[in-house]
Design a protein around this ligand. Sequence first.
Ligand SMILES: Cc1cc2nc3c(=O)[nH]c(=O)nc-3n(C[C@H](O)[C@H](O)[C@H](O)COP(=O)(O)OP(=O)(O)OC[C@H]3O[C@@H](n4cnc5c(N)ncnc54)[C@H](O)[C@@H]3O)c2cc1C
Length: 411
Amino acid sequence: MTQSYVIIGDGISGSSAAETLREKDPDADITVVTDEGEPLYNRILIKEFAKGKLPEAPISIHDEGWYEERDITLSLNTHVTGVDPEGHVVHTHEGDDLEYDKLLIATGGTPTQLPVENSDAEGIHHFWTFQDARKIEEDASEAEKGVVVGAGLLGIDLAAICGAQEVDGKYLMRGNRWWRYALSLDGAEIIHEGLREKGVTPVFDSGVDRFEVDDSGRVTAAIDPNGERFEADFVGIAIGLDFNTEYLRGAGLEEDGGIVVDEYMQTSVDDIYASGDLTRFYDTILGEYAQNGSWGSAKEQGTIAATNMVNDDESEAFRWVSSYSITHFDFPFLSFGHPTLGDEYVERKYSDTEWRRIAIKDGKIVGGVLIGDLAPQTRLKKLMREETDVSGQTDVLIEEEIDLDDLAVSQ
Ligand SMILES: Cc1cc2nc3c(=O)[nH]c(=O)nc-3n(C[C@H](O)[C@H](O)[C@H](O)COP(=O)(O)OP(=O)(O)OC[C@H]3O[C@@H](n4cnc5c(N)ncnc54)[C@H](O)[C@@H]3O)c2cc1C
């Protein structure tokens, strides 16, 4: 019997799932639905477009022909409004009903809005889609003064865009440093210096209380909680993601700050799978539920979900050490695994641009951050993937060159 699969979301997770479904089930009906107006593109690279450093073409990954060649139905500009698990039907905003045997939810997230006065003014940007990048590029290229809020992995992209577009940027952060959950002051200071070299000034113990606008509704300044005023005709906000799950209300899927799936990407509802940024998945390395917003992880989850949608008796588990790199500075930066989930941390600074911090939980590596020298990443990730017990010998992990033979391995 011909199976029918519906995938909601054509990001890297949904699209990888579609590709795998076609490989594993050549006769199936496959439909991919997305509310964006263009097929899969490289979300990681849109920041380079917004910096003005990359044209549009190389950012696209699939054109519509890619789906046609694989006999996959692609519905662009189509917003899913509801899912009926009993009837095995997906509802769209145009009133269409799409029937499925197996469904994949891969709808990712939408940037969280800053709940302050005038945060919807002209010139204030959130960053997730290619359309956002086009508007950011246009605005930033004409702006003189910028403010960025959100001291994390996406906020730093907006700060780097200010730098590349020669906008005099102020990067307002809570506390005394960038990404304070994963970096100590020693590590963060390398990033702060990198920002300054790009013409972006980090401002600590700050944030935004409200924005000021002119008569046309365009942003003119940000006022921080200390009452300090920062002039700005360009603002970037990156304070987190709200997962796109509102259309699932009433469908009975278990959620816990994300859609809960097991290691096979199966949700709590029969025949419905989920993959990508919006999952709270059972992490077989950690031995507990976890979340992860990264390209490689979203791709792998999509592939695993599709494999199990086709053949659920030979289930394949998701087992993955993710990584996320930043390439804005003269020195490289990489975080891997879950760098904030340790119960113990070891770190070392090697030079003005080299630093490493490893997160350890129950004697095992669960993540880390490397600045300057990324060479140890392969060994560290291997130790994490293999759940090697490093208790009592964590010094080896911060040797300049890690020699695995120095570890007396006790599994
Ligand atoms: C600027 C930027 C830079 C990044 N840099 C990096 C990086 O350097 N390294 C890294 O690992 N990761 C990076 N990421 C994160 C990475 O891009 C994400 O983890 C990954 O794209 C998530 O893929 P996904 O398929 O789960 O979700 P998404 O890519 O968010 O795709 C979900 C899709 O579903 C659609 N959708 C949502 N709701 C509906 C609905 N109701 N109906 C129909 N369609 C819907 C959305 O419009 C979207 O197209 C970056 C992200 C951004 C925005």
